[in-house]
Design a protein around this ligand. Structure first.
Ligand code: VAH
Length: 313
C-alpha cells in the first residue's frame, strides 16, 4: 500500500522542515500538508495543502478519507511559554487533537501515527543530568503535563487497541528556516538572528542555564527513522528520550564568537527561567540508540556554522 501522509500543523517550526523532508522522500503527491491557516508560503505552494483545524474531528476524518491517508504526523500544539499564558486552550489543543487521531487509528482508518512529546515531560524532581528514559516525571508546566498525559494515552491505545503510534521526546530544536513559536528554548534560535542583525543579544534565560538541544536536521532525521523502523523495533510506545547536545546561553555565545568575535550577550531572565529550571540539563537517549539505532550528528559548533551560514544567505 502506498504511503499517503497527512501532516497536521505543517506550518510550525518542526512541521515546515518535516513537510519538506517527507515530500522529498515520498513524493509531493503523497504528502498532504495542513494547518489552521496558510502560514508558510513554501509549505502551501510546494505541494498539496489543506486548511484544517486540529480540533475538528470531522475535518480530519474527511481529509483521511479523501486522500486515503495511511500515516498521520500530528505536529500541532501550544508550546511551553504560550501554554502557560493560555492553559485551558493548550490542554484542549494538545490533548483533543491527539484523541482525534488516536480514535481514527483505533477505527482502522489510519495505519501509523507520529506524535511529538518533549523533554518537558520531566519536572523539578527529575534527575537533571543524563536524564534516563524511565524516571520520576512530575512536570510543572501545562505543556509538560499535556505531553506526559499524551504519552500515557499513546501507550494505552497501542496496548489496548493495537494502534501503531510512535513518539519522540524532542529537546529544544534549533532551525534557521522558520521563526520558533512560543517555546522556552527559542532563545537558542533568536540568538543567531540577533548576532547577525545587531551583534548583540539579550537572553531571557540566565547564562548557566543548560538545556538539552538539537539541530533541526537531526530531529527531522530521527522522526523519519522512527517512523520507518520495523514495528517490532519500537519497544517503547509512550515516547523515546532523544538527546543531542546540552549547552548554556553562555556556551552558545562563545560558539558564535568564534565566527563573530565582537558579538556580545546580556542576560535578563523572565518567566521562562522557571520553566527552564524545571527541565533536565541533559538527556540519556540510549533506548533510542538500542531500539532503532539513533545517533545525533550535530554538535554545538557544527550547528552554529550551519545556522550562521544559512541565515547569512
Ligand atoms: C518549548 N521548544 O520550548 C519547546 C520544547 C523542550 C522544549 O518542547 O516549549
Amino acid at each position: 500500500m502506498t504511503t499517503k501522509i497527512l501532516i497536521i500543523g505543517a506550518c510550525g517550526q518542526i512541521g515546515t522542515e518535516l513537510t519538506k523532508k517527507l515530500r522529498s522522500i515520498y513524493g509531493a503527491d503523497n504528502v498532504i500538508a495542513s494547518d489552521i491557516r496558510k502560514l508558510n508560503i513554501d509549505v502551501v505552494n510546494d505541494g498539496i495543502f489543506e486548511v484544517v483545524n486540529a480540533l475538528d474531528f470531522n475535518q480530519i476524518e474527511h481529509l483521511v478519507e479523501q486522500y486515503n491517508i495511511t500515516d498521520v504526523y500530528l505536529m500541532a500544539a501550544l508550546l511551553s511559554a504560550t501554554a502557560e499564558k493560555n492553559p485551558a486552550f493548550a490542554w484542549d489543543l494538545n490533548m483533543n487533537s491527539l484523541f482525534h487521531v488516536l480514535n481514527l487509528a483505533k477505527a482502522g482508518k489510519i495505519k501509523k501515527i507520529f506524535w511529538p512529546s518533549s523533554i518537558a515531560v520531566f519536572g523539578p524532581t527529575t534527575p537533571r543530568y543524563n536524564t534516563p528514559q524511565y524516571t520520576i516525571m512530575e512536570p510543572s508546566t501545562v505543556y509538560g503535563i499535556s505531553k506526559q498525559s499524551g504519552e500515557r494515552w499513546c501507550e494505552y491505545y497501542h496496548t489496548i487497541y493495537g494502534v501503531d503510534i510512535r513518539s519522540i521526546r524532542y529537546p529544544g530544536l534549533i532551525s534557521w528556516s522558520t521563526e520558533p513559536g512560543g517555546g522556552t528554548t527559542d532563545y537558542a534560535v533568536d540568538i543567531y538572528h540577533k548576532a547577525l542583525e545587531k551583534g548583540t543579544f539579550e537572553c531571557f534565560l540566565s547564562e548557566e542555564t543548560a538545556l538539552p538541544m538539537m539541530y533541526m536536521d537531526d530531529a527531522i532525521r530521527a522522526t523519519v527513522e522512527i517512523m520507518q523502523a520495523p514495528t517490532e523495533r519500537i519497544k517503547i510506545r509512550s515516547s523515546y528520550n532523544l538527546g543531542g547536545v546540552s549547552f548554556t546561553p553562555k556556551e552558545v555565545a562563545q560558539s558564535i564568537q568564534k565566527h563573530i568575535p565582537d558579538f556580545t550577550i546580556t542576560y535578563k531572565p523572565d518567566f521562562r527561567q522557571k520553566i527552564a529550571d524545571s527541565w533536565p540539563a541533559s538527556i540519556d537517549d540510549s533506548c533510542a540508540n538500542q531500539d532503532w539505532n539513533w545517533k545525533h550528528e550535530f554538535d554545538l559548533d557544527s550547528m552554529t556554522l550551519e545556522m550562521l551560514e544559512n541565515l547569512k544567505r
